[in-house]
Design a protein around this ligand. Structure first.
Ligand code: TRP
Length: 372
């Protein structure tokens, strides 16, 4: 926490300085030049226009290959520790956009092993069950079934293991300690785990018998794993995977990351309307104590969690975002009204999502990785 915040695959706390992360991790910001390049493949996603998807590694290289006709594969995943919340959906929605504009195949990893190893209170049965429950949320987003392969680690370990072994042989304990902060009290499964998260990045090449470029859309918190993957990939004869990073989805408490451990300020995809209403009504806005006061002094959209929800996920039109910002700042729209608008939108979105989520139950098996 030297800078007042922490961002690792297993802990995100404090007020995140995203520019500092780019420096510390050695990634590259997605600049105007890259945005203009990306806009040639399809309309820029609001997350790109708003710098929510904001950092990358080797994206130029990947697009150069694509322009020459070489197709890449997408790879992302989920640590199935419980119910899916909106923060999880955000990078998946972006991944779906990438699948659509590039016509790319997707490997989606459910790390039930990881969540078992890193969480004292979860059994393997719990994390396996969550893998299938979370897969319903993935499928509900509309991924192309013919092009999407869901990997459940404990089920597909036979496929992953030879690749994980190759990675593991090249990563020392001292690297794992330096990258992930492990110490002598860390269980040995956790130390090995990063090689399992590397494996799907190499799998497309393995399955197709030639090197396939891979793009990993993920939260910036997952970068540490792929620094390891990228460090060893070339020595193993594979391409380094390219990455595209999202910021973390904010919590309703005003914190920088929505977290399952704070259920009252987290919207889960299975929340019924009544619960959504209650959570939003209690959300942090940073507004003034009285309506009268706020009409005079105006609100602060930059710290308001309700505004952030519109900005990150629910208001696709930039014009509407600008108008909301302005009306908030000069006291024309008050927190109560904003909360009502967001609640209505969320309830509508979740009703639709929950319907598709139930439909997905009969399709799960079709989405699972097929192995010969
Ligand atoms: N470790 C990730 C998590 O806890 C899950 C994951 C596995 C993942 N492979 C990935 C996330 C690839 C992004 C990209 O959520």
């Amino acid at each position: 926490m030297e800078n007042g915040f922490t961002v690792t695959p297993w802990e995100v706390t404090g007020e995140i300085d995203y520019d500092l992360l780019v420096q510390k991790f050695g990634t590259k910001k997605i600049d105007e030049e890259m945005l203009s390049r990306l806009s040639k493949y399809g309309p820029l996603h609001p997350m790109l226009r708003r710098h929510i998807v904001y950092s990358q590694r080797d994206l130029e290289w990947l697009l150069d290959l694509y322009d020459k006709g070489e197709r890449f594969v997408l790879y992302t995943g989920r640590g199935p520790s419980g119910h899916t919340h909106l923060g999880h959906l955000m990078p998946w929605i972006f991944t779906k956009y990438l699948q659509d504009i590039f016509g790319a195949e997707l490997y989606f990893q459910m790390t039930d092993d990881e969540k078992f190893l890193f969480n004292d209170s979860l059994s393997l049965q719990d994390t396996l069950r969550s893998s299938y429950e979370n897969a319903l949320d993935v499928i509900a987003l509309g991924f192309d079934q013919k092009k999407t392969h869901i990997i459940v680690d404990s089920k597909n370990i036979k496929t992953l293991y030879p690749l994980a072994l190759k990675v593991a042989k090249k990563v020392t304990f001292s690297t794992a300690k330096a990258v992930f902060g492990f110490d002598n009290s860390t269980n040995i499964g956790s130390i090995f785990f990063t090689s399992i998260q590397s494996a799907p990045a190499l799998l497309p090449s393995e399955q197709k018998g030639r090197n396939i470029p891979v793009l990993i859309p993920c939260g910036i918190d997952q970068d540490a794993h792929f620094r390891v993957t990228r460090d060893v990939a070339e020595a193993l004869g594979y391409y380094k995977p390219a990455l595209i990073h999202t910021k973390m989805f904010p919590g309703l408490s005003g914190s920088d990351k929505m977290s399952s451990s704070q259920p009252d300020t987290t919207i889960f995809t299975i929340d019924p309307p009544k619960v959504v209403k209650k959570k939003i009504s209690n959300a942090f806005t940073g507004g003034a104590v009285s309506a009268e006061e706020q009409r005079k002094s105006g609100g602060k959209p930059e710290i308001c969690s309700v505004f952030k929800y519109q900005y990150y996920l629910f208001e696709p039109e930039d014009k509407e975002v600008d108008s909301l910002t302005e009306r908030c700042r000069n006291g024309q729209i008050l927190c109560g009204e904003c909360k009502k608008l967001l609640t209505e939108r969320l309830i509508k979105f979740l009703e639709e999502h929950q319907r598709k989520r139930e439909e997905a139950r009969s399709k799960v098996e079709d989405f699972m990785l097929k192995v010969e």
